[in-house]
Design a protein around this ligand. Structure first.
Ligand code: NAD
Ligand code: WQD
Length: 341
């Protein structure tokens, strides 16, 4: 019998890609999203790609009563939790917005899974932000978590701890935290991708909008970092590769193949790229020029953070496969789709 996966935040950037890959892998998917940072069009894209329109509930996961109704309608074999706010700077200005939404939504989901009875499998979308400025790269899952530098980062650390404690305390309760590095790109069909609202904070949407003429010039934040070209190093992970890691993690949980009740995996490529290298990769993959200039460092940026993904490679049988050229082509195709080209 097909297993059912609940995807909270499933209309969003990563959630929509994960929904596609879960459907492709033979899962039934139920999507919950309050559409605060997405629109229903992503589900049109999911349907166009897979031929399946998953059941969708416009529900705020902070509303425990509304969430319970979803569980009345479906038996959930595994829940993946994406429903959160994610703007680091905004979280510094409005911490309670982040603590209320990101924590309450996750705790409600855990309670709903517990109340359902039987084995509970919960997959949490964590972030490399929990490593802060690492002492050494690449970071492994054993690298220390550093004190969070933003309320957003703090919600990721706290939610990991909530999940760990629930796995330790409750019989039949299992959890996986996936720590994503820098998710970028879009589905190769250009039917789903990241929905930029306002001026992008992240590098790739800023690159694509500059190439499209929406932004005049990209500022590269800092050229005096202790790196080969003076710009920061990151681990840019293609969103389709990232989505496939979720399928592997769901297989592991629902197939009851976990080594311990709570597991953490880094999801990255293991290949650092500098900001300038990424801009060059975008230009050469797409044959377009990006207008950019150097500016001062951005407060709070870490010099370098990139993954050792060995544990995910071994335990999940997953590996990042898409080349940076593929990823940059998909990012540009998505930008053109948004611009109606
Ligand atoms: P996104 O904003 O595109 O998707 C999140 C979705 O959750 C949105 O559709 C939004 O409408 C929904 N949502 C938010 N609060 C909700 C609530 N209370 N109830 C129901 N729906 C709610 O973001 P994304 O980039 O797809 O990120 C998904 C998850 O992955 C987030 O938890 C984010 O913190 C985490 N993450 C993202 C990145 C990244 O760079 N994109 C990196 C690491 C971790
Ligand atoms: C990447 C590099 C910038 C924009 C963020 C979150 C992190 C995680 C992933 C959720 C940096 C440089 C950027 C620009 C630039 N999200 N840059 N000009 O900061 O590594 O990670 O997203 O968990 O928590 O902090 O990603 O894309 O913002 O920046 O030079 O206009 O690009 O300085 O070196 P970051 P980013």
């Amino acid at each position: 019998m097909k297993k059912t996966v609940l995807v909270t935040g499933g209309a969003g950037f990563i959630g929509s890609h994960v929904t596609v890959e879960l459907i492709n892998a033979g899962y039934d998917v139920v999507v919950v999203d309050n559409l605060t940072n997405s629109d229903g069009k992503s589900l049109d894209g999911v349907e166009a790609i897979t031929g399946v329109r998953p059941p969708f509930y416009k529900v705020d996961t902070c509303d425990a009563v509304a969430l319970a109704k979803v569980f009345e309608a479906h038996h959930i074999d595994c829940a993946i939790h994406f429903a959160a706010y994610k703007a680091v700077g905004e979280s510094v200005a409005e911490p309670m917005k982040y603590y209320m939404n990101n924590m309450l939504s996750f705790m409600n989901l855990i309670e709903a899974m517990r109340r359902q009875g039987g084995r509970a499998n919960v997959l949490f979308s964590s972030s490399a932000t929990v490593y802060g400025e690492p002492d050494a790269c690449p970071v492994t899952e054993a690298s220390p978590r550093k004190p969070a530098t933003s309320p957003y980062g703090n919600t990721k650390q706290m939610a990991e701890d909530v999940l760990r404690d629930c796995c330790a305390a409750y019989d039949g309760f299992y959890g996986i935290a996936l720590r994503y590095f820098n998710p970028v790109g879009a589905h190769p069909s250009a039917l789903i991708g990241e929905l930029p609202i306002g001026v992008p904070n992240n590098l790739v949407p800023f690159i694509t909008q500059t190439a499209a003429g929406i932004r005049e010039c990209l500022t590269v934040f800092g050229n005096d970092y202790p790196t080969p070209d003076g710009t920061c190093l990151r681990d840019f992970i293609d969103v389709v590769d990232l989505a496939k890691a979720h399928v592997s993690a769901v297989d592991r949980m629902t197939g009851e193949k976990m080594d311990t009740k709570y597991e953490i995996f880094n999801i990255g490529t293991g290949r650092p790229l500098s900001v300038l290298e990424l801009i060059s990769a975008f230009e050469s993959a797409n044959g377009v020029k990006v207008n950019w200039k150097f500016g001062p460092r951005r407060a709070g940026d870490t010099t370098e953070v990139w993954a050792d993904p060995t544990r995910a490679n071994k335990c999940l049988g997953w590996k990042a496969e898409r080349s940076i050229d593929d990823t940059m082509r998909s990012a540009w195709a998505w930008q053109k789709h948004l611009d109606g080209c």
